[in-house]
Design a protein around this ligand. Structure first.
Ligand code: 5IU
Length: 478
């Protein structure tokens, strides 16, 4: 820690105590839990030098991070982030707490665009509820939220809760440091110190508030009917897909891996009524033309399914941006959904978002592949979800092979499914539709050769649709 920070932490803590921003007594926090200590940093706006000191200490924590914007959690962190913004020429955005009833009806003020990174600033953190509420609003606008800086961490579980949601949070001061400084300077007695520490130890894992959990729809994805999940989804495309699945009674995605555009179109025409998604590998088509895309678009509308290009974007942001929007395939123009490997970090999603997105464009992150010997360790899968969470307005779900822990509005896709569970000669491993949906927790089942390679693809598609959808309905009943 630099001398600047060390000296100022102590000075700042004592000042906060002197002005009455740190109080001891009996308080009830926003989450409803009781507390013998309370921080009221709102007061610092009446003490400009102290406000500046707090802003300087926040700046020390964030100055080496690279972001496009900062956003203070309303209200106390607004003046703090304004001071940081003005002093360091750092663009700010503001999240409204209430939507305006007139004019633009915007929830976020300021100049920003999809794919940009925004750092969140907060004064005091208990469970992390306020930070996550702000993050969700920003993520809805396709901003990338990976980091927060808070002035004071009450060490009651907030940092861990946020980390699980993809927000890496650093704090300037811990509540224990505050207590130690106050004891050292005889501002509180040993009894108050001991009681406060005992309280903190017994409330060290406060979960998100009820309201926040409702906002996150942090309920069981597994047993929730599709239309309820559609309402729970943050992402408009996830809403659309879940509604479509309910309407068509299909959670079947057909993978048409053919090198002929005639066959691709013919399959799309025949199988359209049975599927919710048509998955393509457009770069394997030998006779690709603009007409191929035109026909796919028409069939997607006629038969009510979405187009899913399994492009597996994996490069740095700048490259994927061009791979997505541009080239002969110009994927961004027609594919509602694309896949991406998160191996290169959040940049891949930033790049995709920067391609200039419409609302009906989304991404599915590949957390775990179906093939034997894949390199997707549990840690990799967990990190994939964190990256996906950071882009909640763009990422609609994950390709995976197990029921990973995601919110109810998020969709899981599972390939490697066939009626006679076995394998192929190149590493693909299969399970039955029932195993995929009921044991592995799949929402959408991806089937390729099991349908396209059969003698009667239409009959087979209906057979798969029924087995997959029945298995899904069984989950709602249990
Ligand atoms: N696919 C997988 N496994 C994965 C991912 C994608 O099989 O983990 I990510 C693709 C490959 C193919 C389709 O396009 O899904 C499955 O085809 P078969 O059902 O024919 O094996």
């Amino acid at each position: 820690m630099s001398d600047f920070v060390n000296t100022n932490l102590e000075k700042c803590t004592l000042e906060l105590f002197n002005i009455g921003a740190i109080k001891f007594g009996e308080f009830v926090l926003k989450s409803g839990i009781k507390s013998p200590i309370y921080f009221d940093l709102r007061l610092i706006i009446s003490f400009p030098e102290l406000l500046k000191m707090v802003a300087d200490l926040i700046w020390e924590k964030m100055k080496n991070k690279k972001f496009d914007h900062i956003c203070g959690v309303p209200y106390t962190a607004l003046p703090i982030s304004t001071v940081v913004s003005v002093q360091h020429n750092y663009p700010m955005i503001i999240r409204r707490k209430e939507m305006k009833s007139y004019g633009t009806k915007k929830l976020i003020e300021g100049n920003y665009s999809a794919g940009e990174k925004c750092l969140i600033v907060e004064d005091v953190i208990v469970s992390g509820s306020s930070v996550i509420e702000t993050a969700q609003v920003l993520r809805k606008e396709k901003l990338c939220i990976t980091d927060a800086v808070v002035f004071l961490d009450r060490e009651q579980g907030g940092l861990k809760n946020l980390e699980k949601n993809g927000i890496n949070t650093e704090s300037v001061l811990s509540i224990y440091e505050v207590l130690n400084i106050l004891v050292k300077h005889e501002k509180i007695d040993a009894d108050t110190f001991t009681k406060t520490v005992a309280y903190l130890k017994s409330y060290s894992e406060v979960s998100f508030s009820k309201a926040t959990r409702a906002l996150l729809k942090d309920q069981s994805r597994i047993n929730m009917p599709l239309m309820e999940r559609a309402k729970a989804a943050t992402n408009p495309l996830a809403q659309r897909l879940l509604t479509l699945m309910d309407r068509k009674k299909s959670n079947l995605c057909v993978a048409v891996d053919t090198q002929s555009s005639v066959e691709l179109i013919s399959m799309a025409e025949k199988l359209g009524p049975y599927i919710c998604l048509l998955k393509t590998h457009i770069d394997i088509i030998d006779d690709f033309s603009k007409e191929t895309i035109q026909k796919l678009k028409e069939l997607s509308e006629k038969h009510d399914f979405l187009l899913f290009e399994d492009r597996k974007f994996a490069d740095i942001g700048n490259t994927v941006k061009m791979q997505y929007k541009g080239g002969v395939h110009n994927i961004c123009d027609w594919a509602h959904l694309v896949t991406a490997h998160p191996v290169a970090g959040p940049g891949v999603l930033q790049g995709l978002c920067k391609a200039g997105l419409r609302d009906d464009r989304g991404c599915v992150i590949i957390a775990e592949m179906s093939s034997s010997g894949n390199l997707n360790t549990p840690a990799y899968i967990e990190d994939s979800i964190k990256i996906g969470n950071s882009f909640g307005g763009f990422v609609i779900g994950y390709v995976c092979q197990s029921s990973i822990d995601v919110d109810a509005g998020v969709i899981l896709f599972t390939p490697g499914v066939s009626l006679d569970a076995s394998s192929d000669s190149l590493g693909q491993q299969y399970v039955t539709p029932e195993t995929a949906v009921n044991e592995k927790g799949a929402d959408v089942v991806i089937v390729g050769r099991g349908i396209t390679g059969s003698e009667n693809p239409v009959e087979r598609a209906e057979q798969y649709r029924k087995r997959c959808y029945d298995a899904l309905c069984k989950r709602f009943e249990s």
